[in-house]
Design a protein around this ligand. Structure first.
Ligand code: SAM
Length: 316
């Protein structure tokens, strides 16, 4: 079998035969798309494989970490191929890998590049540091985080604003949509004794793994979710600092789909507390899916908004 780490959608699978691949993808929406194509896919790296392909990501240390994982699961002499976009730094990645292991071949096409090498019998010492750099470790605030996560080095200023507006106000069943490595959730639990349960929904499996380590309050539970596809209702409060870009491009539609998900997931008398970059155009959606919308604060960078009583099919 061929392991594909950080697997992306590709014509490669059907060209070679989908049954020959074991894909690893920790981002739930992409994981679900790959599974929908009939591929074997898991958030975890497979234990062994005859060869490996790494789809490089925008984070250099995540890509090097994936190459270290690939080298650990294939036998000496096996081929490891790395592919990625020039705009995501594939050329610099290739130079760095090529400086410690001889490359067997390289090819570029349009805005992308592929290069490959064979796993040496003796791994260069650098590979160990690629793995170590990628591991979860405590940041300055004492939370476990890792490269490639949202705001790994410090709590996000938007989440800090949201937490200060939530203090002492939340109770009952609560959800944090896009919970990241859990700073906001930890803060909400610490400052809201009336919270009965807090569900952390997060699409990145590694961020969720970090959140599990960071949020030890027994009221918390952890869900590897694509929030845009969540259904059900039953939360008294939803809190969210929603994502607003995929890759490089700003995509306010992602935040919009978090707002509509919040409306679906709340009880009829429930409320959403949201923080967003000031420039993001969420007001029209909020007015459409909630009966009452109140701006709580706005500064040069962020706005905090409370939206109450979702308009659902049930409530009319
Ligand atoms: C702006 S960050 C907020 C993180 C965290 N609440 C904090 O305050 O640090 C948004 C989070 O949403 C996650 N995310 C992106 N798309 C998602 C989706 N479709 N479903 C669930 N989470 C998603 C991202 O991985 C990221 O951790």
């Amino acid at each position: 079998m061929i392991a594909v780490l950080r697997a992306s959608m590709s014509g490669l699978y059907s060209a070679v035969g989908s049954h020959r691949f074991l894909c690893q993808q920790g981002f739930r929406p992409l994981h679900d798309r790959l599974a929908g194509e009939g591929l074997a896919v898991s958030p975890d790296t497979p234990g062994s494989a005859a060869a490996a392909i790494v789809f490089a990501t925008r984070s250099r240390s995540d890509s090097l970490g994936a190459v270290a994982e690939a080298l650990a699961l294939v036998p000496p002499g096996a081929v490891v191929a790395v592919t990625g976009a020039r705009t995501d730094g594939i050329d610099a990645l290739m130079r760095q890998i090529g400086s410690v292991m001889p490359l067997d071949g390289r090819m570029s096409k349009a805005h992308g590049r592929v290069f490959h090498f064979r796993r040496p019998v003796q791994l260069p010492t650098e590979v160990e540091s690629w793995a170590a750099d990628h591991a979860l470790r405590p940041n300055a605030a004492g939370f476990m985080t890792g490269p490639g996560m949202f705001s790994p080095d410090h709590p996000d200023p938007g989440s800090e604003r949201l937490a200060s507006h939530a203090q002492g106000r939340l109770g009952g069943a609560v959800a944090d949509l896009g919970a990241g490595w859990g700073w906001l959730a930890a803060r909400l639990l610490a400052t809201n004794p009336e919270i009965a349960t807090l569900d952390l929904h997060e699409a990145e499996a590694r961020a969720l793994e970090a959140a599990r380590r960071n949020v030890t309050d027994p009221r918390a539970s952890f869900h590897w979710s694509d929030v845009t596809r969540l259904t059900g209702s039953g939360y008294d409060w939803v809190v969210s600092n929603p994502p607003f870009h995929r890759g490089r491009a700003a995509e306010p539609e992602l935040g919009v789909s978090f707002i509509t998900a919040a409306a679906r997931l709340l009880k009829p008398a429930g409320s959403l507390l949201l923080v967003a970059n000031r420039s993001l155009p969420y007001e029209a959606t909020l007015a459409r899916v909630f009966r009452s919308v109140t701006p709580l604060a706005e500064d040069e960078a962020y706005k905090v908004i409370e939206a109450k009583r979702p308009v659902t099919a049930r409530s009319g």
